[in-house]
Design a protein around this ligand. Structure first.
Ligand code: SAM
Length: 160
């Protein structure tokens, strides 16, 4: 559900073809203190407030081992974004940049990602600091932060 604002001067809008279904599955919802975009940080900070990733209980076993990581990567669906801008004017001053040169929530597939600090796990809820999304944002995925992750699968032959 997007609450679309009109495009700004010089921003380019495209007619989108019907979406092909990627069959994304929301695994839960994110609880944050922010109920309006004006109050929501543009990028999260590790000294920001605690937020909760509230998983559908069916996914609780999928958290096993996550407690070993100080930092995790969270992917979420910025569900209140428009999706049809190819250029954007972040400052509203008429100067534009391409959507793929920005981390704006307005993009064809409004996926947000943040590396956050893991504060704790309580059942099917993961407590983190460092998010920047509105309360109620759908949760897509959780992964260990890339830099602190060692692949668990056997090495592949011929790959350095
Ligand atoms: N850290 C993520 C990234 O870089 O992929 C998201 C950055 S994006 C600039 C964060 C902004 O998205 C917030 O300041 C807010 O204005 C907007 N936003 C947050 N939650 C949203 C939601 N559920 N739907 C649409 N916009 C949202």
């Amino acid at each position: 559900m997007s609450d679309q604002k009109p495009a700004r001067a010089n921003e380019a809008v495209v007619d989108l073809r019907p979406a092909t279904d990627a069959q994304l599955r929301f695994i839960g919802v994110i609880r944050t203190p922010w109920v309006t975009r004006d109050l929501c940080p543009r990028q999260g900070a590790e000294d920001g407030p605690e937020c909760r990733l509230v998983l559908d209980p069916v996914w609780q076993p999928a958290l096993a081992g996550l407690e070993d990581y100080e930092r995790i990567e969270v992917l979420y669906w910025l569900d209140r974004s428009r999706r049809d801008l190819v250029t954007q004017s972040p400052k509203g001053d008429g100067k534009t940049l391409g959507t793929f040169a920005l981390r704006s929530p307005v993009r064809p597939n409004p996926i947000g990602t943040s590396v956050v600090r893991l504060v704790g796990i309580e059942g099917a809820e993961v407590i983190v600091r460092g998010l920047d999304c509105l309360d109620g944002t759908p949760l897509l995925d959780i992964k260990p932060e890339r830099g602190s992750f060692t692949p668990k699968a056997p090495p592949k032959p011929g790959v350095a």
